[in-house]
Design a protein around this ligand. Structure first.
Ligand code: HEC
Ligand code: HEC
Length: 172
């Protein structure tokens, strides 16, 4: 009598444990939540657009995120928590070595500028300086959104929708 009771309790406890286990949320990989993405936009989108993570490999984002006090001549320091969260976000969404942006980039190379990637310079080599550095509404190739519009922050770059301020559509 006693035994049965214990066994029933045990079985009930097991059942509760198992059903609890089945209702646990799927664990998220670091850096993949919407909050992480929002934080990235907020913290890295004030001086230039928050560059789509897929434009550089994880090793580059790591290098950039661990040298923020000396960021291309600016101080872009963040507190440790934000730095770790944003690095996790960038790594999770970074370029794979097979991406077209990575053409000609060696596995050991750590490019720090999207604008210096072979892929980038090849795609932009026909654009004359007066439309970029000499153009007060652009100033530099680092201002992707000036020509590629609001899709740039989402990683949408299309040669057919380029609109260079003061010059208009790119007809190649
Ligand atoms: C205080 C202003 C400032 C903030 C904040 C800032 N940056 Fe920058 N960033 C710069 C400047 C200045 C450059 C160089 C721009 C140029 O050469 O025209 C730059 C360039 C870059 C480049 C290279 C662009 C290229 O391809 O030439 C990357 C990548 C970059 N920043 C990532 C980040 C990330 C990630 C963050 C957030 C942690 C961040 N930036 C926050 C000022 C800032
Ligand atoms: C001065 C305007 C301008 C700026 C600034 C600019 N681009 Fe472009 N981009 C162009 C033009 C024009 C083309 C099309 C070139 C061609 O096909 O001849 C292009 C093409 C591209 C392409 C290829 C698109 C395709 O359809 O294959 C990519 C990717 C791209 N740009 C990314 C970027 C990124 C990333 C930045 C910022 C780091 C940037 N661009 C900044 C003008 C610009």
């Amino acid at each position: 009598m006693m035994m049965t009771n214990v066994n029933t309790k045990k079985a009930a406890a097991m059942f509760v444990m198992m059903s609890k286990k089945n209702t646990l949320p799927t664990p998220k990989s670091p850096g993949t939540s919407t909050a992480d993405a929002t934080r990235y936009q907020e913290e890295c989108g004030s001086c230039h657009l928050a560059y789509p993570a897929k434009l550089l490999p994880a090793r580059s984002w790591h290098q950039i995120m661990t040298t923020l006090p000396d960021h291309f001549g600016d101080d872009a320091s963040l507190d440790e928590g934000l730095q770790a969260e944003i690095l996790a976000y960038l790594s999770a969404h970074s370029a794979s070595n097979k991406s077209r942006m990575m053409k000609g980039v060696g596995y050991d190379d750590v490019p720090l500028r999207i604008t210096e990637l072979n892929f980038f310079t090849r795609k932009h080599r026909k654009i004359p300086e007066r439309m970029v550095q000499g153009n007060p509404e652009v100033g530099s190739f680092t201002q992707c959104n000036a020509c590629h519009g609001s899709g740039a922050v989402k990683g949408k770059f299309n040669e057919h929708t380029v609109d260079i301020p003061g010059f208009g559509r790119w007809d190649d």
